[in-house]
Design a protein around this ligand. Structure first.
Ligand code: URA
Length: 243
C-alpha cells in the first residue's frame, strides 16, 4: 500500500493532507524520515512515527477508555466535554465511536472502535454480553432488593421485567451487578425499581475484560488480541470479585 494511502486509512487526513505530511518530513519509518508519499509499504504490523510519536497500522481500531465523570459520550455534547476530546485526533478522524454509551456521571470501562461488526456485537442485547458495574447506593442493601434485581424488575415503558444476570453485595452500600442490556439509565432504573437509589456508577468490566487498575481516569489504551479474547469470555469471575 502507498504510504500516503496508509496514513489516510489511519486518520491522518485526506490524501493531499497525508502527502503534505510526508513531504514536510514529519513522517519517519524505522527512525528515518521518509519523504516519499508513494513509497510502497506492507501494512501488516507497519510501524511509523509522526512528529516523533509512534504509531502502528491497525486495520480496525479497538480501544478502552477509563471514562471520567462529567464527560458525555456524544459527538455533540450539551453540558460537558465530549469523551472524544480525550482521544488523539487521528482516532476521531478515522471514525472511532463509543460502543454504547455511559451516562455523563458514570465512570469506567468504555469500549471504542471503528469496526461496525464489533460495535454491533457489543451493543446488541441478543449477544448477551455482560456489562458489570460497581453500584454505590444511598440506602443499605438488603436481601430483598438483591432478590428482586435477580428475579427481574418491571420498568416503565418496558414490555417485560429486566433481571440482573449476577449480583454480589460487596459492602453495605456497594453492589457489583451485571446486566446484558444497554438501555438508557438501565442500572439506575433497575436499582430504583428494587427500592434503592444509585449514587455512583462505575463500569468495571465488559464480558471477561476488566478495567485494569493501571489505566487512570481519562486515559485510553489499545486493545490487543488477548484483550479481545477476554471480551469474549464470560464475566462471572469479575462479578464474584475474583478479578
Ligand atoms: N446504567 C445506567 O443507569 N447508567 C449508565 O451509564 C450505564 C448503565
Amino acid at each position: 500500500m502507498e504510504l500516503e494511502r496508509l496514513l489516510r486509512s489511519q486518520g491522518f487526513g485526506s490524501r493531499p493532507e497525508c502527502r503534505a505530511l510526508v513531504y514536510s518530513g514529519r513522517v519517519a519509518v524505522g527512525g528515518v524520515v521518509c519523504d516519499d508519499p508513494f513509497k510502497e509499504v506492507d501494512p501488516e504490523g507497519f510501524e511509523f512515527s509522526i512528529d516523533g510519536e509512534p504509531w502502528r497500522f491497525r486495520k480496525f481500531a479497538y480501544l478502552v477508555l477509563n471514562k471520567p465523570p462529567d464527560f458525555e459520550c456524544s459527538q455533540k455534547p450539551k453540558h460537558h466535554p465530549s469523551i472524544y476530546t480525550l482521544l488523539p485526533r487521528p482516532l476521531v478522524t478515522r471514525g472511532v465511536q463509543a460502543v454504547g454509551r455511559l451516562d455523563e456521571d458514570t465512570t469506567g470501562l468504555l469500549l471504542l472502535s471503528d469496526d461496525g461488526q464489533f460495535i454491533h456485537t457489543y451493543t446488541s442485547p441478543k449477544k448477551k454480553v455482560a456489562k458489570v458495574y460497581d453500584v454505590s447506593v444511598k440506602h443499605p442493601l438488603d436481601a430483598e432488593q438483591v432478590a428482586s434485581l435477580l428475579a427481574g424488575v418491571q420498568l416503565n415503558d418496558e414490555p417485560a421485567p429486566i433481571a440482573a444476570t449476577a449480583c454480589a453485595v460487596r459492602a453495605e452500600r456497594l453492589l457489583r451487578m451485571s446486566v446484558t442490556e444497554g438501555k438508557y439509565h438501565l442500572v439506575k432504573r433497575m436499582v430504583a425499581a428494587a427500592g434503592n437509589r444509585v449514587e455512583g456508577l462505575n463500569r468495571v468490566a465488559v464480558g471477561g475484560l476488566s478495567l485494569a487498575d493501571d489505566l487512570p481516569l481519562g486515559e485510553w489504551r489499545w486493545l490487543e488480541a488477548a484483550d479481545l479474547e477476554r471480551l469474549r469470555e464470560p464475566a462471572a469471575a469479575v462479578v464474584d470479585g475474583l478479578r
